[in-house]
Design a protein around this ligand. Structure first.
Ligand SMILES: NC(=O)c1ccc[n+]([C@@H]2O[C@H](COP(=O)([O-])OP(=O)(O)OC[C@H]3O[C@@H](n4cnc5c(N)ncnc54)[C@H](OP(=O)(O)O)[C@@H]3O)[C@@H](O)[C@H]2O)c1
Length: 311
């Protein structure tokens, strides 16, 4: 029986509950693909799953392998899969429950992966799926962005924010980036026309057609209270006060990302053209996943950019 290494949890709890185990290599079922994982991502939602705070992985599902973002090569396909073939390089997300990727092999739903952009290596490709698709949905689908509009991105130097800046710019928007002072030049390099601090939030919210919120809490509330009529605030963080927005004749929505082949293919095409540049903060071997979770938990300094496991 072929086996593989996988970063597993048997029960919810602290980082020490993650164990690198040798387990049976799974076989793909209908609509599934077995991917030989070259790189996989680590994001805040992995810590929520580990600690039992995510509704995506209830206690009955344990034990599970952590991780959702991946890039690798198709090793085997299940019944009914026609979109990819054995040997294809793919990237994407494992499944709607966001688990299974931090391993040597992973099952992925064929509808949640796409061809990896040839321009990118596996580490860069694994850094993209959830956060880049979030930025796409926030702008194009929920925000309804049109060329010529003015977009204010809260948290523009972050993982989602940096993609939102690049995407909005390449879709023809004027981008204003709210960021920390030391990130001002980087967000300009990504395509922002202006970099501002929280002191300018109200003035810029009053000018924006779309406000993208990747920070939440007080900044979200302050932006809402300053929206101009007809504007929309889209939050990836938490449900905004829709009544407050309505009082200003504006709208406010929250959404949860849905990674699909179609959306990933758009992202891949833009990455191929150089319009979207990923930002990998640190690459760790799978065996050092504990260090990655220490960064998520704030126990260790977290670099700007995505945490990726490879090797
Ligand atoms: N709804 C969904 O489906 C979905 C999908 C993906 C992510 N998310 C959520 O989206 C949020 C952003 O995720 P992410 O991965 O992009 O996180 P991130 O990389 O930590 O980005 C957040 C950014 O906001 C900055 N920031 C925070 N407070 C600020 C302030 N007062 N002034 C200026 N900048 C400030 C942070 O800077 P510092 O690091 O210096 O604080 C960081 O650069 C998270 O809440 C995440 O859970 C939601």
């Amino acid at each position: 029986m072929p086996t593989m290494k996988a970063a597993r949890i048997d029960r919810f709890g602290p980082i020490g509950h993650i164990a690198l185990r040798e387990i049976e290599r799974p076989a793909p079922g209908p609509g599934e693909v077995l991917v030989r994982v070259h790189a996989s991502g680590v994001g805040p939602w992995d810590a929520w799953i580990r600690t039992g705070q995510s509704t995506r992985v209830p206690a009955e599902s344990l034990p599970v392998t952590l991780g959702s973002d991946l890039s690798g090569v198709v090793e085997a396909i299940g019944p009914g899969v026609v979109s990819v073939a054995v040997g294809d390089e793919v990237f994407g997300v494992t499944n709607p429950w966001f688990n299974g990727a931090n391993a040597e092999f992973a099952l992925a739903q064929a509808s949640m992966i796409a061809r990896k952009p040839a321009r990118l290596g596996h580490v860069a490709a694994a850094s993209m799926p959830v956060i880049a698709v979030t930025a796409w949905q926030v702008l194009a689908e929920y925000g309804g962005l049109e060329a010529g509009q003015r977009v204010l991105v809260l948290g523009a130097a972050g993982n989602v924010g940096a993609y939102a800046v690049q995407l909005a710019r390449s879709l023809g928007a004027t981008v204003v980036a709210l960021t920390r002072p030391h990130e001002s030049q980087r967000v300009r390099d990504l395509g922002a026309a202006e970099a501002i601090g929280p002191e300018d939030l109200e003035a810029e919210s009053a000018l924006a057609d779309i406000v993208i919120d990747t920070v939440g809490e007080a900044l979200q509330q302050r932006a809402l209270a300053a929206l101009r009529p007809g504007a929309i605030l889209v939050s990836a963080v938490s449900p905004p006060d829709a009544a407050l927005a309505a009082a200003r004749h504006a709208r406010a929505v929250f959404f949860i990302v849905e990674v699909t082949t179609e959306r990933l293919t758009r992202i891949a095409d833009m990455a191929e053209r150089g319009e979207l540049v990923p930002n990998v903060g640190i690459v760790l071997p799978l065996g050092e996943i504990h260090r990655a979770h220490e960064m998520l938990d704030g126990l260790r300094e977290r670099p700007t950019g995505k945490i990726v496991l490879s090797g």
